[in-house]
Design a protein around this ligand. Sequence first.
Ligand code: BYC
Length: 343
Amino acid sequence: MTQVQPQTIAGQTIQEQPVQATLPKHISPGETPEQHAAFEARIAAGDKIEPGDWMPAEYRRQLIRMISQHAHSEVVGMLPEGEWISQAPTLKRKTILMAKVQDEAGHGQYLYHAAETLGATREEMLEALLTRKAKYSSIFNYPTLTWADVGMIGWLVDGAAIKNQTMLAGCSYGPYSRAMVRICSEETFHHKQGKEMIVAYAQGTPEQRRMAQDALDRWWWPAVQMLGPHDSDSPNTGVLSRWGIKLKSNDEVRQEFVNEHVPELLEAGLTLPDPDMHQNEQGNWIHGPINWDEFWAVIKGEAGLGNERLATRQAAHDEGAWVRDALQAYADRQRRSASEAAD
Ligand code: BYC
């Protein structure tokens, strides 16, 4: 508490009430620095924070924001590839793609459950998605124009996602960290099948090579953007790093992604759509400037397919209402039978 000296105003002595010293932004009203210190000591010791544990309100809010947006990305992320299931060129490619798209639905489920452990309801999260209060990954607002886009999504988008999610597997919140371990092992299969497909086309007929290069030309920059704004423009990284949610910054993860993928794409005989790309003395591949205006326009739905994606999700949500009603009626009946049996 700050001690306040009495003041004399218009001849009267005013004894002001002691005022609460301003607390840092990450400490919410009602929380004490001591509670925060104990919480941060647990994180420093490598403990996982579990659902029933005390946690700062801002830690909870940040996790709900991030995990629910991650869940939305998995679910909306089914749309660009899902469009190609009926047009896959062979039975083998079709079964792989079906398995991949089903995996993404499963990832959405694990993640919605992880966010529910923090007190968010499924209804609130879906409402936030459908009314644009919550974001989902910019990458899924790009169209899949040819079959090669399916392979390029596996190679680049899942490749970028693995870099980010391997880091999140070590995060301080138990349910998110454990979901990431399982998701990453499935993403590894997605990444391998995408790379195998594109390498085959890059070494195939001239038409296949053209298709692979065209897919790289369109997906490279969105994949680089997907890992988030530069650290200098990333308002959430500070507090997420402080609390062991993000163990690496956006630019660090992006550098890992670029370092792994550039040599592999070049080895496949493809050309990066970035005239500034070069390797520096430390061995890092350095990319040219990123078009952040495009990134934000795509997120806001001013460019790309954001409006169509949300309309598709809204239609699926409306058409699925009877399933949710039926599940609710079944759960109510089970509860009634259980309570009648107990009487
Ligand atoms: N798109 O302070 P920042 C998959 C927002 S799906 C849209 O750096 P943060 C797959 C950000 O939300 C895998 N918005 O944020 C599925 C924030 O706005 P709000 C998707 C973005 O959280 C199907 C603002 O920009 N992975 O693998 O520290 C098929 C400032 O950013 C984007 C995840 O979701 C973006 N790309 O860091 C195939 C991973 N980037 O929320 C594959 C979980 C930033 O304050 N999420 N924004 O309004 C994360 O790791 C982090 O949230 C991010 C951003 C690295 C993405």
